[in-house]
Design a protein around this ligand. Structure first.
Ligand code: TRP
Length: 329
């Protein structure tokens, strides 16, 4: 039988190609070997201020994006975290094993405290415990995540160990699987893609938006005129070529750049064509899904039922080990 693992998706709407290459693409590839649970983690999303009116759309958006990218509801479970109450139930249990001091040392928490000092809720403080519950509820042995999530995985292993030594062997200690996630920079050629920096290429960008973004994207800063030779190894556009273009195009552009044989405009034109080839079908599929929200809701409802069947079993074991009264019927 294929083993389960859980990976969480923040319902934050638009996905950029950094998300896609770093994480999603990798998840899709794990669907044959495992029976993954992909959770849209809405209870995590409410740990910071948000607009309630927009949440339903954010959840739909996330589901559509992941379905379009290739999450297959036959092989995987796509669900909404708050539809399966066992997530918060297990989080409560794990809370009782977690020293407060341990949570206050988690780097993502410390960052948030620094960024928004007046808005630190208990939920935000407890974020890693809920995440550990997500992962352990399905006895995950691996968790595909981005590098920024490593401290959360370390915490998850600690808490699994603590549960096991206190109440008896129950949970595997999950290992993170990091996306090869091409360390892609944003259009500024300086920082990682980030919504707040406005330097992203989104999976739902139109062809025209892509064209504008690539046209103004940073290239080798030393190449000022068409006749100046450039250095592809320091050109951000060339780092995109390495992901989107064929080998032949890559060497043609690299060679052309070094010898000033082709200009940045031509090099960008080639890239744009390849980029559109990859992104346009994703965008179109996502739109097709979004046109049928009822279908998405059905996929999510079915996912919640299937996830819950697994989650209930784990909680049954947890309750028994902990000496909590059995729930008759
Ligand atoms: N914290 C993760 C992120 O921001 C999302 C997440 C929540 C998650 N629960 C999880 C990821 C469980 C992996 C496993 O990306």
């Amino acid at each position: 039988m294929r083993k389960h693992f859980f990976s969480g998706i923040q319902p934050s709407g638009r996905l950029h190609i950094g998300n896609y290459l770093g994480a999603i693409k990798q998840w899709i590839g794990l669907q044959d070997q495992y029976a993954p649970i992909f959770g849209i983690v809405d209870y995590h999303a409410i740990t910071v201020p948000y607009e309630p009116g927009r949440m339903p759309m954010r959840v739909l958006d996330a589901a559509a994006a992941y379905l379009a990218a290739g999450v297959d509801p036959e092989k995987s479970i796509l669900m909404v975290q708050s539809h399966v109450p066992e997530h918060t139930e297990l989080a409560w249990v794990l809370n009782c094993l977690t020293p407060m001091g341990r949570l206050s040392r988690i780097p993502t928490f410390k960052d948030k405290v620094r960024q928004t000092p007046g808005q630190v809720s208990m939920g935000l403080f407890d974020y890693p415990v809920l995440m550990a519950a997500d992962i352990l509820l399905y006895k995950s042995e691996i968790v595909p995540v981005g590098e920024d999530q490593i401290p959360h995985l370390e915490f998850t292993r600690e808490i699994a160990r603590k549960f096991n030594t206190t109440f008896g062997d129950t949970f595997p200690e999950p290992a993170e699987v990091l996306g090869k996630g091409a360390k892609l920079l944003g259009l500024d050629g300086e920082f990682k893609m980030s919504k707040s920096l406005d330097n992203c290429i989104y999976l739902d960008d139109t062809d025209e938006e892509l064209r504008k973004k690539i046209a103004t994207a940073k290239t080798d800063p030393a190449r000022k005129r068409r006749d100046d030779p450039g250095d592809p190894d320091i050109c951000n556009i060339f780092s995109y070529h390495k992901i989107f273009s064929t080998e032949e195009e890559q060497s043609r552009c690299a060679e052309g750049c070094r010898t000033a044989g082709i200009g940045c405009v031509e090099c960008k034109r080639i890239l744009l064509e390849r980029m559109i080839e990859m992104i346009a079908p994703l965008r179109e599929k996502r739109e097709e899904y979004l046109a049928e929200p009822d279908h998405i809701m059905e996929v999510l409802a079915d996912g919640a039922d299937r996830a819950r069947a697994i989650a209930r079993e784990t909680m049954g074991e947890v309750r028994e080990r902990m000496g909590l009264a059995p729930r008759e019927r």
